[in-house]
Design a binder for this molecule. Structure first.
Ligand SMILES: Nc1ncnc2c1ncn2[C@@H]1O[C@H](COP(=O)(O)OP(=O)(O)OP(=O)(O)O)[C@@H](O)[C@H]1O
Length: 314
């Protein structure tokens, strides 16, 4: 197995803030991995260390078996960072040509434009692009050198739903060619839909590592929701199977390990309720549960089927 990235016991602090706290992570060549976590989890800091933009305070970072600086200089890594600026007055094609000139073995311009979904926009000035189109132009810049590893830090921030879909279609075209892609996101659905593997980060640590389905299964259950119909919430947390109760307005939301037993007991309780629904717990619920209950230092949930190996240090 060729390794694209290996982080060994990596930590990074900014003053008193421990941005990254003992991360071990291996990404195999060809994987598409999502780094999923809330604001301030340490995703950008981790990415910046992989790109050689930030040095780890402790531990080692290797990219294709060498230092991040060497991997980047060798044209093996392309990056799309948050809020990268543009040259004024240049067109999309100018940007692509500029990027190609930086790399030893760039892709042909038409292929870059096609992969990023920019063929029709090649002669458009960069300052006339919509937010989503501008992100695709940044993507084109990142992939111009045909990097073996593409790193995308929250690539779809500020994109609407349609733009997001066309962006991910472009990313898929790139990863389908056997490239390694690592992207950071807050969007749980994106991680689930577009990554082979989801690495959940909270407070600088990896708290889970697996497929989107693995992460969802961690909640072990379903969500039972219903209108309280004017009744209180007393006793709901004692219904069989219930692990958590949340109330929004008049609607109760029960997270249950055994929704059949929960619903049967609810019916038998004699209390009023309306509009009962039972649904599979989504990644959103799994994510909240994982980050809220990230447990003692060093606890990581990992799955046998996950591509790499992951543990967190103490
Ligand atoms: N250069 C810096 N100086 C001081 N603190 C920093 C610096 N960079 C990051 N931090 C802090 O480190 C922590 C992790 O930040 P980081 O940007 O890595 O998180 P993130 O998961 O990428 O968040 P977001 O999703 O908001 O981009 C935060 O508490 C942040 O404030």
């Amino acid at each position: 197995m060729t390794e694209a990235v290996r982080l060994t016991d990596v930590s990074k602090s900014f003053g008193a803030v421990r941005a990254v706290d003992g991360i071990n992570l291996t990404i195999a060549a060809g994987e598409t991995v999502a780094l999923l976590g809330p604001n301030g989890a340490g995703k950008s800091t981790t990415i910046n260390m992989m790109l050689g933009l930030t040095r780890p305070g402790r531990g080692t970072v290797e990219v294709f078996g060498t230092s991040p600086d060497r991997a980047v200089q060798g044209g093996n890594v392309g990056a799309m960072l948050q809020d990268a600026g543009f040259v004024p007055n240049a067109t999309v094609r100018d940007l692509v040509e500029l990027a190609r000139a930086l790399y030893p073995a760039p892709l042909p311009t038409p292929q870059i434009l096609r992969t990023a979904g920019l063929t029709e926009l090649a002669d458009r000035r960069l300052d006339k692009l919509s937010g989503g189109e501008a992100q695709r132009a940044r993507f084109a810049f990142a992939l111009a050198g045909d990097p073996r590893l593409l790193v995308l830090d929250e690539p779809t921030a500020a994109m609407d739903v349609v733009t997001r879909q066309s962006f991910w279609a472009a990313m898929r075209r790139y990863s389908a060619a056997g490239h390694t892609v690592l992207f950071a996101t807050h969007y749980l659905e994106e991680a689930d839909d577009y990554a082979d593997r989801v690495v959940v980060v909270a407070q600088g640590r990896i708290v889970a590592d697996g497929t989107g389905a693995d992460i969802r299964s961690l909640t072990g259950g379903r969500t039972v929701t219903f209108d309280l119909a004017g009744e209180g919430t007393a006793g709901l947390d004692r219904l069989p199977g219930v692990r958590a109760v949340e109330v929004r307005g008049d609607r109760a939301n029960l997270r249950s390990d055994d929704s059949d037993a929960t619903v049967a007991a609810l019916v038998h309780s004699g209390r009023s309720f309306r509009n009962l629904e039972v649904s599979a717990a989504g990644l959103q619920e799994a994510f909240l549960a994982l980050t809220a209950e990230s447990g003692p230092a060093g606890t990581t949930t990992s799955f046998a089927a996950a591509g790499g190996t992951t543990t967190t240090g103490a």
